[in-house]
Design a protein around this ligand. Structure first.
Ligand SMILES: Cc1cc2nc3c(=O)[nH]c(=O)nc-3n(C[C@H](O)[C@H](O)[C@H](O)COP(=O)(O)OP(=O)(O)OC[C@H]3O[C@@H](n4cnc5c(N)ncnc54)[C@H](O)[C@@H]3O)c2cc1C
Length: 415
């Protein structure tokens, strides 16, 4: 991985930090594009800008280490069986890219399409999921309805007895859904982007966004100096409001801690991913053998990368009801990330009121699965200066025009 402090310093000539005689009369952009946030989405954006649009003079800046944000903290569920056409389009675009990502990056991201099953526990759930199945069929996306017995056959440790507090009445199954190795996704995109000339600068926090007298974004202030940029792309999940506030843009976002936890490693026991919106838990098994369990978001906004333990305890109650045989497992560790959530629970991708400033955020609890698709359409949007057709419905001004994309039932964890 390249650390380009020297090139940063060299290219920052013309920045306010330099003596006047050293500054350019008319500072040129040091980078064509500066991407703020070296998570999966930021790194994928850099990769596709370099690979598909020939823009390689790019810096990806992160205040910590690459992949140290939500990308390295999530439970890696991948699926595309969303309800709205706009959502299904972007998540399916991503799913198709997942299928060949290891080959494209020449890096094993361990994408494993082992099937994602969403459980129905009451009449309302049955109607919601059958509606999803029908909508997905019209969209050309695989999703099928299973009886409780078929769900049990697909996932043997599942308890389907009628004496359960929330009995299982059926399930929706997307067989192409699954999981991937989150760190490998960040590393794979980073290595491939770096090989094409992209600079990735860690421990470099963006503290300000500079603008020309006409109002266009012209560069960033960082803890390692000023950097000029032709275009700036903010992809800093959880912290987007803070960064966009530096350019005077108010975002319709709230930031919440979201947690996950893993059990001690055991032999393969969970063949698929199981999600339950109603009892509020989801679970899969990593290749290391740990059961990976997703908990809910905290009720209060915060930037703490931890979250209240009572949320994790509630999730474990739910898991033990669904899988009584897991009661005897010990939990190894838990952690949290900061997710930013929009009023309609759909992401924001695209242009902003500030010329030269682009934003990609608001993926809430479910943006890992979108990583390749998000980076792909965001790169096209930045390169062309207009929204990629798949990204167009997710523009920021939908909160002014009212063209919302209400996907509130999309995730198994609280919104
Ligand atoms: C516990 C948990 C479980 C989840 N489970 C799933 C799941 O199963 N499936 C799914 O699809 N999604 C899931 N998600 C959501 C998913 O992780 C995110 O939507 C996705 O990873 C966001 O990727 P990103 O690249 O946008 O953000 P991140 O990976 O968070 O990257 C943003 C980067 O911006 C950097 N940054 C912030 N501020 C600054 C600054 N001022 N200057 C420089 N850099 C800055 C951060 O350090 C960070 O590295 C989960 C999230 C959590 C927390």
């Amino acid at each position: 991985m390249k650390f380009s402090l020297f090139s940063l310093a060299r290219q920052a000539v013309g920045g306010a930090a330099w003596p006047p005689q050293w500054r350019d009369a008319e500072p040129k952009p040091a980078y064509d594009v500066v991407i703020v946030g070296a998570g999966g989405h930021g790194l994928a954006t850099a990769y596709y800008l370099a690979k598909e649009h020939g823009i390689r003079n790019i810096a990806v800046l992160d205040k910590g280490w690459l992949g140290g944000g939500n990308t390295g903290r999530n439970t890696t569920i991948i699926r595309s069986n969303y309800l709205r056409d706009e959502s299904a389009a972007i998540y399916e675009h991503a799913l198709k890219l997942w299928e060949t990502l290891s080959q494209d990056l020449n890096y094993n991201v361990m994408y494993s399409p082992r099937g994602v099953m969403m459980l129905a526990h009451n009449e309302h759930d049955i109607r919601v999921f059958k509606r999803h199945v029908h909508a997905n069929r019209l969209q050309g996306i695989d999703n099928e309805w299973l009886t409780a017995e078929q769900a049990k056959a697909f996932c043997p440790p599942l308890y389907i007895g009628s004496d359960a507090r929330y009995p299982i009445l059926g399930a929706a199954l997307q067989r192409r859904g699954g999981v991937a190795r989150h760190d490998a996704v960040a590393w794979g995109y980073a290595r491939a982007a770096s090989a094409m000339g992209v600079d990735i600068v860690q421990n470099c926090e963006v503290t300000g966004i500079s603008r020309s007298p006409e109002g266009a974004a012209t560069g960033v202030e960082t803890t390692r100096g000023a950097i000029h940029a032709g275009k700036i792309a903010v992809v800093a999940a959880g912290h987007t409001s803070v960064l966009m506030g530096m350019a005077g843009v108010r975002m319709p976002l709230e930031s919440f801690p979201l947690q996950a936890l893993v059990s001690e490693p055991v032999k393969p026991v969970m063949p698929c991913v199981v999600m339950s919106n109603t009892v509020h838990a989801y679970i899969s098994q990593s290749d290391k053998g740990e059961l990976v369990i997703g908990a809910g978001t905290d009720a209060y906004t915060s930037y703490s990368q931890a979250g209240g333990l009572h949320i994790a305890a509630h999730t474990l109650e739910a898991i033990c009801e669904l899988f009584p045989s897991f009661r005897r497992l010990r939990m190894l560790r838990n952690w949290g990330g900061i997710v930013d959530v929009t009023p309609d629970r759909s992401p924001i991708i695209g242009l902003t009121p500030v010329p030269g400033l682009f934003v990609n955020c608001g993926w809430g609890t479910g943006g890992f699965k979108a990583t390749p698709g998000s980076g792909h359409v965001f790169a096209a949007t930045i390169a062309r200066g207009e929204p990629h057709p798949i990204a167009a419905p997710f523009r920021l001004d939908r909160f002014r025009t009212g063209q919302l994309i209400d996907e509130a039932a999309a995730a198994a964890v609280s919104h």
